[in-house]
Design a protein around this ligand. Structure first.
Ligand code: RIB
Length: 307
């Protein structure tokens, strides 16, 4: 099944090099890993894949290097129900990559080399502006240059395109950018870095959401890990508990949530129902290994919800 309303994702593509270790290495320590996997990742690509597999009509705006792995990534994206006409290769940088340590508890630490992602410039956004203009919604994250994120959000605003920002990885953001956002989806750490409120309880989540609403954002969705999600619409907040699953690997759990959430929201415009659908998708993702290898297709999400 395919959702009629269109979405665009603008963001990063990385090759993830994932080393499973008993614990994260300390400075000066050399550790032997017990499993190594190279897989396709990048927050933008993961969110695009989650949307595509959930049944979205989705176009991805991104860049890879003009290298063998970049070509393989593009081919894979097209098999994930994604329009790749705005994913271009550049001769001036290699495909982006991420070095990821994954520990025994499924937690991870990530270092990134942006490569071609750094060349997703304002001019590149302009070149592919029609994709945004023709969409009902735009999904953004922060692994490509901030001026390009701002340019895309400004364009979306001018053309009444719903704009969703997943503010990851955490970094300070201008009020100018935040005022252009309709729905923001931080995790607890990102919510704290944007609002100064440490999010440990429902009351904290309420207060952090209020700060974000005061910047002009209509809907705040704070993901709280195993405690679920805080959904706040114009200051009316509630915690929606998630699903209890055995966690193998949290890589791309947030990305899966975002892509699935926006797909389902475009389908039926019920934010609470979209959260529940996205929580199911993320629950499946954390029970599997890898970034895009862990992201479920729609039938799997529907089966999970029916169980
Ligand atoms: O959110 C997970 C992603 O963050 C990984 O796939 C990695 O590429 C980094 O961008």
């Amino acid at each position: 099944m395919q959702v009629n309303r269109k979405m665009a994702v603008l963001g990063s593509i990385n090759i993830d090099h994932v080393l499973q270790v008993p614990h994260f290495p300390r400075p000066g320590e050399t550790l032997t890993g017990n499993h190594y996997q190279q897989s396709f990742g990048g927050k933008g690509a993961n969110q695009a894949v989650a949307a595509g597999r959930s049944g979205a009509s989705i176009t991805f705006i991104a860049r890879v290097g003009n290298d063998d792995i970049g070509q393989v990534v593009i081919q894979q994206l097209s098999q994930d129900n994604i329009d790749i006409s705005a994913v271009e290769a550049t001769d001036d940088a290699a495909t982006g990559l991420a070095m990821i340590y994954l520990d025994d508890r499924g937690e991870n630490t990530i270092g990134i080399y942006p490569g071609a992602n750094a060349l997703l410039t304002e001019e590149y956004v302009q070149k592919h502006q029609q994709v945004i203009i023709d969409s009902d919604a735009l999904l953004l994250q922060l692994e490509v240059p901030l001026p390009s994120v701002l340019a895309a959000a400004q364009l979306a605003k001018q053309h009444d395109v719903l704009t969703v920002l997943n503010p990851a990885p955490a970094q300070p953001l201008s009020n100018e950018l935040l005022a252009l956002i309709d729905i923001i989806t931080p995790n607890e750490t990102e919510a704290e870095s944007l609002t100064g409120v440490a999010v440990n309880t429902d009351d904290d989540a309420y207060r952090a959401a209020c700060v974000l609403h005061s910047k002009g954002i209509h809907t705040v969705v704070i993901t709280l890990g195993s405690r679920g999600v805080w959904l706040s619409i114009e200051g009316q907040g509630q915690r929606l508990p998630g699903y209890d699953v055995t966690v193998k690997d949290t890589i791309a759990a947030g990305d899966t949530f975002n892509g699935a959430f926006l797909c389902r929201y475009l389908e039926n415009t019920d934010q609470q129902e979209a959260v529940s659908f996205a929580q199911a998708a993320a629950a499946i993702a954390v029970s599997r290994q890898g970034a895009q290898t862990s992201i479920p297709w729609r039938e799997e999400i529907t089966d999970f919800l029916n169980q």
